[in-house]
Ligand binder design. Sequence first.
Ligand code: 76R
Length: 248
Amino acid sequence: TNEAAATLEGWYALHDFRSINWTAWKAADDEERAGALDELNDFMKEWSDVEAAAAGSSTAYAIVGQKADFVMMHLRETLEDLNKLETEFNKTTFAKYTTKAYSYVSIVELSNYLGGKDEDPMQNPQIVARLKPILPKNRYICFYPMNKKRDLNDNWYMLSMEERKGMMRSHGLIGRSYAGKVKQIITGSVGLDDWEWGVTLFSDDALQFKKLVYEMRFDEVSARFGEFGSFYVGSLLDTESFGDMMKL
Ligand code: 76R
C-alpha cells in the first residue's frame, strides 16, 4: 500500500536571493541610481496590488552575512507567474547592480499527519488561508532547505504511516509552543528543487529562530531524520528601508 502522506498544495513559492554589486552602484551617477531605485519601487509596489487581488504575496528582507544581500520571497498561483516576476526584476535597471546569489522553488504544503479524517480540508477557510498565505510583516526572516533522511537504518520513507504520525505529533507540539512568537511556512520541493522542503520562519525576535530550531534538534523527527542546507537570516525591507540601504 502507498503510505505517502496526503498533501495539500497552495501557492508556488520563489525565494530569490541577490547580492548587491556595490562597485557598480558607486560608479553609477546620481541620475542613474535614482532611476534604478524608482524602478525598484515600482516593482515592489505591484506586490500590494497582487495581494489585494488575492493572487499571491511578496516580501523582501535584507540578508545578514555573505551568502546574499537580500531576498525577495514570492508566492503566486503558477510557476509561470513566478518566472514572469523573476524576469521582470531582471529587466529592471536596478537588477544591473545585483548578482544572483541563490534561489529556491517550492510550493506551500500542508500534510495530513495531524489532520482530521472526515472533513474536506478545502472547505476549511483556515486551511485555505494557510495554503495561500499573505506573507507576514515580521521584522525577521529565516529560510533553510531540508531533507528527511533515506539511510539504511534511518529511512523516513520506509517508516509506516503510524510511526511517522507519532513523530509528527511530537514535532507539532514543539512547534505549537512557539505560537505567537514564530510563524512558519513549510513549502514542499520534491521534484521542484534540490532539497525536499523549504522552511521559512518569521518572527519579531530573531533569537526565537535559534530557540525553536535548537529545541527541534532534540525531537526525533529532526534528530534522526533531519538534514539541513544553508540558513539565511535577515530583516524586513520595505521600499523605504531598501532605499536607505542603497543610500551612499
Ligand atoms: O501544519 C500543522 O500545523 C500540523 C503540524 C505540523 C506539520 C504536519 C507542523 C507544525 N509541521 C509539520 C510538517 Mn513543521 N517545521 C519544520 C521545521 O529545523 C527543524 O528541525 C525542522 C524545520 C520547523 C522549524 C517547523 C516548525 N514541518 C513539517 C514538515 C513536513 C514533514 C513531512 O511531510 O514529512 C517539515 C519538513 C517541517 C519542518 N512545524 C509546526 C513548525 C512549527 C512552528 C509548527 C507549529 C505550527 C502551528 O501549530 O502553528
